[in-house]
Ligand binder design. Structure first.
Ligand SMILES: NC(=O)c1ccc[n+]([C@@H]2O[C@H](COP(=O)([O-])OP(=O)(O)OC[C@H]3O[C@@H](n4cnc5c(N)ncnc54)[C@H](O)[C@@H]3O)[C@@H](O)[C@H]2O)c1
Length: 366
């Protein structure tokens, strides 16, 4: 690569950080130079495991003039505070999802980044994987005709069945929409473009949850958030979508995401992963389509590397703060529409992210 890789520091060395550390070593635009956590043993363990030169407290990482980009892998409630501190220190930032746990928080991050002249990015970047990029190419090349509708369904019966500490899923900032909605909403926007109008209904079918995982087996949790949310999304470029995110459903035989066009239907793979299968219905039959793009494996970090390329070249990055804010705005609009009993026009919009080029060399985004 002709240009210098971007020096990256990670804040938040919990469960998800391992895959980012692993992939940062494969993505040419990134040079992972430091990691950090409130619990320093976690940062030290990651530094050791992945040969990261420095494990330092968060304030020290932010004061390091060499670090240009901060990857914020803290818990959702800390996303805003950590992102704002990084921006204030003059760093570009990439947050794990959601951008923030409230629309106001998301807006504060977006405005701070614009004011400071740094770039803001946000997970998920699964839409940059082989599966959804193949779907995007099929749509752009006209295989299903003009898209007229979409469905996106995330269903499960709640994380208290398996997660060792599931309480936060039922506290403010939790719920299925903020937890899993970003994958589904981002994929819809990457395929159908921004949303111009939203309505929907939300509810909580179970006011309390009983943990059946260890070590908290038997503990009862009060539910503070909607656990069953169904939205109807009108896309600005045309087409009507249905988005359901629920922790209240035992079993379902629904697709993850489908896109309906005037001449065919596209079956989109799980938006929480990077690969396929991609299937298309045309002329009376379903067929699996070979993937047109690379990055079919767990590619968490593609969006970070894409932002790093954008920092060097001045082009737009794909997993942008603008799109993440629009995603948050749309998800919150489902709840607003239910409360207000009418359609809601999101205050935000975003550009449909550019498709990835074909034939990229492994580790590259340009
Ligand atoms: N675990 C997953 O499978 C998964 C998947 C996709 C996305 N995510 C997202 O990734 C983020 C992290 O999830 P996780 O599962 O790794 O959580 P985790 O609880 O395992 O790790 C979060 C880490 O952040 C640290 N932290 C919290 N506040 C901090 C602060 N203010 N400053 C510095 N460090 C701080 C914690 O000490 C902890 O080590 C969340 O936003 C989550 O939504 C997680």
């Amino acid at each position: 690569m002709a240009t210098e890789p971007v020096k990256l520091g990670i804040i938040g060395c919990g469960n998800i950080s391992g895959i980012y550390c692993q992939n940062a070593q494969k993505l040419e635009a990134l040079d992972l130079v430091a990691c950090s956590d409130l619990i320093m043993e976690r940062a030290e363990a990651k530094a050791q495991e992945f040969n990261i030169p420095k494990a330092v407290p968060p304030a020290e990482l932010l004061a390091d003039p060499d670090i240009e980009l901060v990857l914020n892998l803290t818990v959702p409630k800390a996303h805003e505070e950590v992102a704002l501190a990084a921006i204030e220190a003059g760093k570009s930032v990439y947050n794990e999802k959601p951008l923030a746990v409230t629309r106001e928080g998301g807006r504060r991050i977006l405005e701070a980044a614009k004011k400071k002249g740094v770039l803001l990015g946000c997970a998920p970047d699964t839409f940059m994987g082989a599966g959804i990029q193949t779907c995007r190419k099929l749509i752009d090349d006209g295989w299903i005709g003009k898209p007229i509708g979409a469905t996106a369904f995330f269903t499960c019966r709640g994380h208290e069945l398996w997660h060792p500490g599931p309480e936060f899923y039922y506290e403010v900032g939790g719920g299925p929409m903020l937890d899993m909605g970003p994958y589904y909403t981002t994929a819809l926007i990457a395929l159908m473009g921004p949303v111009r109008r939203v309505t929907g209904s939300t509810g909580a079918s179970f006011p309390q949850r009983t943990i059946t995982s260890q070590p908290k087996y038997g503990k009862v949790i009060d539910v503070e958030v909607a656990t069953h949310a169904v939205g109807v999304l009108d896309f600005a470029e045309g087409g009507i979508g249905v988005l359901m995110a629920t922790f209240d459903v035992w079993a379902a035989e629904l697709p993850r995401i489908e896109i309906y066009g005037t001449s065919g239907t596209l079956s989109v793979p799980d938006p929480n992963i990077f690969g396929g299968p991609v299937r298309i219905w045309l002329n009376g039959e379903w067929k699996e389509v070979p993937l047109t793009h690379g990055y079919a494996e767990n590619g968490r970090g593609l969006g970070v590397a894409d932002l790093a390329c954008a920092l060097r070249s001045g082009r737009q990055h794909r997993a942008s703060g603008d799109m993440a804010f629009h995603v948050l705005d749309v998800m919150e609009a489902v709840e607003d529409a239910c409360r207000e009993g009418e359609h809601v026009v999101p205050e935000s919009t975003c550009q449909k992210p550019a498709p990835l080029p074909l034939g990229l060399l492994p580790g590259r985004l340009d």
